[in-house]
Write a protein that binds this ligand. Structure first.
Ligand SMILES: [Zn+2]
Length: 75
């Protein structure tokens, strides 16, 4: 089974988002914010989710997306 172009495009978009997230992470650190407020994809990470999972850096959508990846690669 061949991976569709859409899946590749989605993966590439995520790589770009990860890069942007690095900048956001540094900004949050400088601002003294603990934990991520915004996911790599740009979605806000809900306060309840951050409270339940203080170390999470993904919104629920991305967490679900990552769960579904056959080969999970986290930076
Ligand atoms: Zn997300």
């Amino acid at each position: 089974m061949k991976i569709g172009d859409a899946a590749i495009e989605l993966a590439e978009r995520r790589v770009e988002a990860e890069r942007d997230a690095g900048v956001a992470r540094i900004r949050a650190k400088l601002a003294g914010t603990s934990g991520r407020l915004v996911c790599d994809c740009g979605n806000p990470i809900g306060e309840l989710r951050r409270r339940a999972m203080p170390n999470t850096d993904t919104c629920i959508d991305c967490a679900t997306f990552l769960e579904r990846q056959p080969n999970r690669r986290r930076a």
